[in-house]
Design a binder for this molecule. Structure first.
Ligand SMILES: [Fe+2]
Ligand SMILES: [Fe+2]
Length: 129
């Protein structure tokens, strides 16, 4: 499943990671098995840590001017995801509504408002991947 074109940044590691996130999210939406759903939730958290670390390493390497704001936004998104995971352990419905109604929107907004700024900076900085 290729990433939604409006979310493509043309920075290879970022597009690949965003695509992987969408695949996990889609599988979570599709599964009707709660055990599987919770397994995927753990996978999503691990993937998100890797996602953010990858972008943060790039921002550090290229000394991105707005990295403080971007790092803070990553911390918020990850804490929120972990909060919903904790809740979902006792009340799976809670996690399901986060995934079905909220997570993609959050993710999309981060890419459009924040990641795109980084992508533009990298293009102007001669980013080599
Ligand atoms: Fe990202
Ligand atoms: Fe980001």
């Amino acid at each position: 499943m290729p990433i939604n074109n409006e979310l493509k940044l043309n920075i290879e590691p970022m597009d690949t990671i965003h695509n992987e996130f969408e695949i996990i999210l889609q599988e979570m939406k599709n599964t009707r098995n709660t055990t599987r759903f919770m397994e995927l939730f753990v996978q999503m958290i691990e993937h998100t840590k890797h996602h953010f670390k990858t972008e943060e390493d790039i921002m550090n390497a290229y000394n991105f001017y707005d990295k403080k704001e971007h790092f803070d936004e990553h911390d918020n998104l990850l804490s929120e995801m972990q909060y919903f995971y904790e809740k979902a352990q006792r009340l799976p419905m809670f996690g399901k509504s986060y995934i079905n109604e909220y997570a993609y929107d959050k993710f999309k907004r981060h890419i459009i408002n924040i990641d795109s700024q980084l992508a533009m900076f990298l293009k102007n900085s001669n980013y080599k991947g």
